[in-house]
Design a protein around this ligand. Structure first.
Ligand SMILES: Cc1cc2nc3c(=O)[nH]c(=O)nc-3n(C[C@H](O)[C@H](O)[C@H](O)COP(=O)(O)OP(=O)(O)OC[C@H]3O[C@@H](n4cnc5c(N)ncnc54)[C@H](O)[C@@H]3O)c2cc1C
Length: 437
């Protein structure tokens, strides 16, 4: 039993924290203590791909306010956001790693680490990734792929996506998400040097002489030789700000902003969609068109669904947002303005989406006269890049300004990805853990 500290304290047992804890605790001589603010691993029901347990009453999510007026949910509890997310597990494009230090991030190392997680071309791996099969697709997904094929977009290769139609790979066991908790849970009983303390929110990183020496949980300070923050982009920023280790006035945060194109389905749906997203189009100018299988609200308890929505997401935004602090809500996110050229790009692709929904491939699927582009630009819940590698940290996440402190979650992604971040957050965590183990 670890009483007052450990060799390594990991804050957060989400996508990255579970990976790092598993790898570092393979050495029985290293004691590893994981502090998780939320509860234990998710139950099976909450892992259904047809359900995102992020509603207001969910014990598996917290909500950060944004200056844009909508909340930003994040996973809470062992598994973190991997236990509540859309189950889309797609690699970035190879060119998204241009500019990363090749000393630690050679193309072959990146590929080998992804392979371990997603099983490479064949699929599988630690996260049991598999693409949705033809006979699993919703009718709208079939029509979407046919439309973009008609428009000259071929099927993107696997496992590395490129411009074209990308059949989504999902981390799943059938129609259930496989979460990062599945990495941690089975080893807990076998490794006495690994301890996970749930219900333990870290409220500050403690330093001595400028070096991180521990973490405060309530009134208690737990000491460690190294503190590793895996609290997610927002959780880590909040903890750093509370510890006076992040200057919010200089902060930047990146998001994949998204505009929705709504329509009423021609037929009433009798069965709920079994998964949120099965196919997308990724374009050469950095857009991802998402063929959601229903209104987002229909996947979330407590929300009233309206019409179905497809998404147009800006994957390589020109402008970032920033972080704010106020005594009531604590951390608040300002997602910022979209640049004029990005706004034009979103508008142009939304117009192509409208044309698609009014075209022949969707004739039997869309109620005529119902297609409309939403004016509000939303978010994909992908926030990254507040503590980028190569700037705020070295290329293995070690904080430049604070020896003894490392950050290994989505905060350290130093560039934008052409796909969602989940597979890449886990790849980065896995590779860093290998290097520092
Ligand atoms: C609703 C939703 C849907 C998404 N869908 C997709 C998708 O389909 N595909 C995709 O690629 N990406 C998706 N994402 C993004 C992806 O899930 C995240 O980028 C990824 O999980 C981030 O991993 P992380 O380790 O950085 O943080 P997380 O997995 O969020 O883990 C952070 C953990 O730290 C804990 N924590 C926070 N603060 C503290 C503290 N002070 N003390 C102790 N513990 C703390 C939290 O409780 C949490 O368990 C989605 C995200 C959300 C929220």
């Amino acid at each position: 039993m670890i009483a007052s500290g450990a060799d390594v304290i990991i804050v957060g047992a989400g996508s990255s924290g579970c990976v790092v804890a598993e790898r570092l605790s393979r050495d029985p001589r290293r004691s590893v203590l994981v502090l998780e603010a939320g509860g234990g691993p998710p139950d099976r029901q909450s892992l259904r791909l047809s359900h995102l347990p992020i509603g207001a009453g969910s014990g598996r999510a917290v909500h950060y306010p944004s200056a844009q007026g909508f909340d930003l949910p994040r996973g809470r509890g062992v598994g973190g956001s991997s236990a509540v997310n859309g189950g889309y597990f797609v690699r970035w494009h190879q060119r998204d790693f241009d500019g990363w230090s090749t000393e630690h991030w050679s193309a072959s190392d990146i590929a080998a680490t992804y392979d371990r997680l997603d099983g490479g071309e064949a699929g599988g791996g630690i996260m049991n990734a598999s693409a949705f099969a033809d006979d699993e697709l919703e009718p709208t997904a079939v029509a979407f792929e046919k439309h973009w094929n008609d428009e000259g977009f071929g099927r993107s290769p696997t496992p590395w996506p490129a411009e074209g139609v990308v059949r989504v790979r999902s981390n799943r066991d059938g129609w259930y998400r496989r979460s990062a908790a599945d990495i941690l849970q089975p080893i807990l009983i076998q490794r006495p040097n690994l301890q996970v303390m749930t219900g333990s929110e870290a409220v500050g990183v403690r330093t001595r002489g400028g070096r991180a020496v521990g973490v405060a949980v309530g009134e208690r300070v737990l000491t460690a030789d190294e503190v590793i923050l895996c609290a997610g982009t927002l959780g880590t920023a909040e903890l750093l700000a509370r510890s006076d280790l992040l200057d919010l006035d200089q902060s930047r945060i990146w998001e994949h902003r998204e505009r929705l194109v709504r329509f009423a389905p021609a037929a009433v749906r009798h069965e709920p969609a079994r998964a949120l997203l099965q196919t997308v189009l990724q374009t050469a100018d950095g857009i991802e068109l998402r063929c959601y299988n229903d209104d987002f609200a229909s996947f979330i308890d407590g929300l009233t669904p309206s019409s179905q929505a497809f998404g147009v997401a800006l994957m390589h935004p020109e402008r970032s947002g920033s972080l704010l602090w106020d005594p009531i809500s604590r951390l608040r996110v300002d997602l910022g303005e979209i640049s004029p050229s990005d706004a034009d790009k979103l508008g142009a692709w939304a117009a192509r989406m409208v044309a698609m929904l009014q075209g022949p491939r969707f004739e039997q699927l869309v109620e005529p006269g119902t297609v409309a582009v939403e004016s509000v630009v939303r978010t994909s819940q992908h926030a990254w890049g507040t503590m980028p590698m190569g700037a705020a940290t070295d290329w293995l996440g070690a904080a430049r300004a604070v020896p003894g402190l490392r950050i290994v979650d989505a905060s350290i992604l130093p560039s934008a990805g052409s796909s969602g971040p989940h597979a890449t957050v886990m790849m980065v965590a896995s590779r860093i853990a290998d290097r520092i183990a």
